[in-house]
Design a protein. Structure first.
Length: 467
């Protein structure tokens, strides 16, 4: 985590103002994380060459050394040395190859230095490194936060499942719903996409300069390089992709980005709805001593967390749009524009993470203003017109829609107006009694049952947690 002084001059808001909110991503999706992955892959590759009989057989001590390099035994000093070497080479993967040579030249593996990065192209290392970044960031950082967000909405769905609330369509009064049911809708949508994100499998390629194993096959024609490649990529928990150019086609990354975009869109929808509910005083925000809502209006408590989330997720999705357009296009067998684009994966994920945290913060500070919600619900009983006209259809009353619209369309109907109108209907007294028992507060359909069903399904998916 950077100190305040070092972040004040950061150009990016992620590395500056919001640095602490993305700290858990910093060692994964940064240049530091990318270099670390490259070193791991190069070390694992050298070890795999020995196991396959291409490099000489390594001793247990030599194998342990490479296993350590391919796990977490990579120091910050190693990473910094790679960047120093890159200033000379102007090639990032070559710099990694050279630091690995330096680390091994004083060991018993000094006779195997020429087998480091043997027969590979830089993209064999990079395509795996970037995907490892995405997998680690998603599984270790993003999914736990999304699952927590789903869990928080499930708690509110359960707690408020029976509180009736006016629903609006086209911004106008529609029919009643419940507070909990609306939380259940967002929880279900988000959970469905989190399941997809969790189940996505990214691919990997290790097949040389233009994807044909040219140098590898020419040098060792008796080795089954296809099998070698498949086995190595699976060891990284990626799915082998054998038919490629120099680059691994990016449709798997694009698919993941698009799932993130849908998740972000759902949360933006939630942010905007909560903003409106707060504006209408249907939800109230807790105040914190010392906080200021306005530089001039001391009474204000602004929904800044939901606003911040909306902005950050919008930035992320805009960047995602560029990824989706750019990544499928690489001139002929390869150009470098995809590589410079992928360096912004951390920016995309960082903005997304800030958005998720901000929405969680916003939710933690709100409670439904039940008195105001009920007042708004009972303000106009014309919302019961749907129930009556539908029931009268069942009773074979001629054109009940038009009959109801003469009372309700564009008019405000109070309980007394409603009772008088029901008394004037030419229907059986039992039906009138049924209509008079109907109120905006009890006309909620199966909202409670649907909420309970949604909660059960989400719980059974196993995606909610308290992390």
């Amino acid at each position: 985590m950077k100190d305040q002084k070092s972040t004040l001059k950061s150009i990016s808001a992620i590395d500056g103002r919001y640095n602490q909110k993305v700290d858990e991503l910093s060692t994964i999706t940064s240049e530091y994380g990318l270099i670390k992955n490259r070193i791991k892959i190069e070390a694992k590759y050298l070890l795999a060459l020995s196991i396959a009989g291409i490099a000489r057989k390594f001793t247990e001590k030599e194998e342990k050394l490479l296993q350590d390099l391919s796990s977490e035994i990579i120091t910050d000093e190693d990473i910094e040395k790679v960047k120093d070497i890159e200033k000379e080479t102007r090639h990032d993967v070559k710099a990694v190859e050279r630091i690995l040579r330096k680390k091994l030249e004083s060991t018993t593996l000094k006779d195997q230095l020429e087998m480091i990065h043997f027969g590979l192209t830089s993209e064999d290392i990079n395509n795996l490194s970037y995907r490892m970044q995405l997998v680690d960031a998603t599984n270790k950082v993003i999914l736990p936060k999304l699952n927590k967000l789903v869990g928080e909405m499930v708690k509110r769905a359960e707690k408020y499942k029976a509180i009736p609330m006016l629903a609006r369509t086209h911004g106008q009064a529609a029919v009643p719903t419940t507070v909990g049911k609306e939380f259940a809708v967002f929880a279900t949508r988000l959970n469905n996409e989190a399941i997809k994100l969790k189940s996505l499998k990214l691919t990997g390629k290790l097949n040389g300069a233009v994807g044909n194993f040219n140098a590898l096959f020419y040098t060792y024609p008796n080795i089954d390089w296809i099998e070698f490649s498949e086995k190595f990529i699976k060891s990284l928990e990626l799915t082998p992709n054998l038919v490629t150019t120099q680059i691994n086609p990016p449709e798997d990354i694009i698919e993941m980005i698009q799932v993130y975009q849908r998740i972000n869109g759902i949360i933006i929808d939630l942010d905007q709805d909560m903003w409106r509910y707060i504006s209408d005083h249907w939800f109230v925000q807790s105040t914190v001593k010392g906080e200021v809502g306005s530089s001039t209006m001391p009474q204000k408590v602004n929904p800044i967390d939901f606003e911040n989330s909306e902005g950050r997720l919008g930035i992320a999705n805009s960047l995602g749009d560029f990824f989706v357009r750019k990544l499928p296009i690489s001139r002929l067998q390869r150009d470098l524009s995809d590589s410079t684009t992928l360096r912004e994966i951390g920016t995309f994920l960082g903005n997304s993470l800030i958005g998720y945290k901000s929405t969680l913060a916003g939710l933690s500070r709100i409670e439904p203003n039940i008195e105001e919600i009920i007042r708004a619900l009972n303000k106009d009983w014309s919302i019961l017109g749907e129930a009556v006209q539908t029931f009268l259809r069942k009773e074979n009353v001629n054109d009940p829609y038009s009959l109801i619209s003469t009372l309700t369309r564009g008019k405000n109907v109070n309980p007394e107006d409603w009772s008088k109108w029901v008394d004037g209907l030419s229907v059986d007294e039992n039906i009138k009694t049924k209509f008079k028992k109907l109120t905006p507060e009890n006309y909620i359909g199966l909202a409670v049952e649907l909420t309970e069903k949604a909660i059960k399904e989400i719980d059974e998916s196993g995606n909610t947690n308290d992390n």
